[in-house]
Structure formats: structure tokens, C-alpha cells
Write a protein of this length. Structure first.
Length: 122
């Protein structure tokens, strides 16, 4: 059975999962100390939001390399977020693996999606 092509970035499972990751990050960063509001909280939220935002932007790009570049930017933001969770763990603010499974899943999906973009015929 052939898969129906996505009509919108919202149809992409990788976008849906990364959006849920953003919601988790917002929920978890509410637990950080108030003195981190303009530090870790802001940085973590910015990095998290960058992932689905770049997926959305890349979705409408016409060239394969431009689409894949946006997926690569999303992957970089995901790695940045992973570091912030390591730091939060070392500072005893949050468990370092609070959203580790979700981050790993989104990372695998981004890699597969970027590969699919580059391997496609169009």
C-alpha cells in the first residue's frame, strides 16, 4: 500500500513528535529555578522550538539540498537540547534523561527523513 504524500508539515510524524518534545520541554523547564529563566530555561526552549520550526520551514523548500539542510539544522538544535539536559542533570535541576527517549526517537526520524529527501527522485 502506497503512502500518501504529506500535504503539510503537520502531516509529518517527525514534526508531530518534535512538537510533543517542545511541549515536554516547556513543562519541564517550569521546574527550573527562577534564576534560570533567562539562562537555561530560555536556551532550552529556544533549542526545542527550533527543531519543529526547521522541519516546518524545510517542508516547503523546493530543492532537496535546502530541505535536507533544514533537517540538519533541526538535528543540531536537538543535540544542543540534549546537552542542556545533561547540564540540568549535573546541576541536579532535572533528570538528564527526562526526555531522552523522545529526543532519540526524533533524532532517528530526522536522520531517516533527511536521507529520504536526498534519495528521492524529485
Amino acid at each position: 500500500m502506497a503512502r500518501v504524500p504529506a500535504q503539510s508539515f503537520r502531516d509529518l510524524q517527525v514534526w508531530q513528535k518534535s512538537h510533543r518534545l517542545v511541549l515536554d520541554v516547556y513543562r519541564l523547564t517550569k521546574l527550573l529555578p527562577k534564576e534560570e529563566l533567562f539562562g537555561l530555561t530560555s536556551q532550552m526552549r529556544r533549542a526545542a522550538v527550533s527543531v519543529p520550526a526547521n522541519i516546518a520551514e524545510g517542508f516547503k523548500r523546493r530543492g532537496k539540498s535546502d530541505k535536507a539542510r533544514h533537517m540538519n539544522i533541526a538535528q543540531g538544535s536537538l543535540e544542543e537540547l540534549q546537552y542542556y539536559f545533561i547540564l540540568c542533570g549535573d546541576l541536579s535541576y532535572l533528570p538528564p534523561d527526562a526526555v531522552g527517549d523522545r529526543m532519540n526517537e526524533v533524532g532517528r526520524m530526522l536522520t531517516a527523513y533527511a536521507r529520504q529527501i536526498l534519495d528521492s527522485r524529485s
